[in-house]
Design a protein around this ligand. Sequence first.
Ligand SMILES: *[C@@H]1O[C@H](CO)[C@@H](O)[C@H](O)[C@H]1NC(C)=O
Ligand SMILES: *[C@@H]1O[C@H](CO)[C@@H](O)[C@H](O)[C@H]1NC(C)=O
Length: 195
Amino acid sequence: MLKCVLMIVCLLSIAAQAQELSFFKKCPNPSVVSNLDANRYLGKWYENRKYFAIFQFGGRCASAKYSDAGNGLIKVENNQLNIFGKPSGVVGQAKFANPSSREGKLSVSFSSPTPYANNSNAVTDSNYWVLDTDYNSYAVVWSCTSALIANIQFMWVLTRDPQPSEALVNKTLTIIRNKGLDPTRLSITDQNNCK
Ligand SMILES: *[C@@H]1O[C@H](CO)[C@@H](O)[C@H](O)[C@H]1NC(C)=O
Ligand SMILES: *[C@@H]1O[C@H](CO)[C@@H](O)[C@H](O)[C@H]1NC(C)=O
């Protein structure tokens, strides 16, 4: 029993350092892209930085590919090399959270190969907010989940170029700061020797 309690405390403290975990606070509500052009957002993005996420542990060369899946759906293919250097990936689907608005708030599901096949809401939806993008060089993506006693935030800086300029990265960090969010916890994703 004690072991179990210690384990939970330990896991929580790892999580607190890793994702942006805030106890006793609701999710903040940063502004998002007001009119997201999904077509221009499609294509391949490289993960430049992220809040450390347990489910991506040890990964490098992470990328996301978005393509048109018809019916207002976007196919999502996330790939990375795992700690053994082996390719690993997941496929999911995304859609606008509010179909009548082009606001940059999407929901993403990886629950089954075609979670939105009948346009119902998948149970495992997670939010995917595009805070800012210029479509051809960077995107800042954020997600927050309110749990019982905490909120957990995820953030990704995505770039079209796997090796973006320092100026571009600085620009994204400034955007994040200006949204009232914390860019200091982002960790750099290794995009070297990815072939
Ligand atoms: C459609 O959605 C419902 C939930 O609303 C689910 O029970 C059903 O299995 C889904 N059907 C398919 C073909 O995915
Ligand atoms: C980026 O930001 C860092 C830290 O603030 C600064 O030292 C560096 O000069 C900046 N680089 C560019 C190209 O703006």
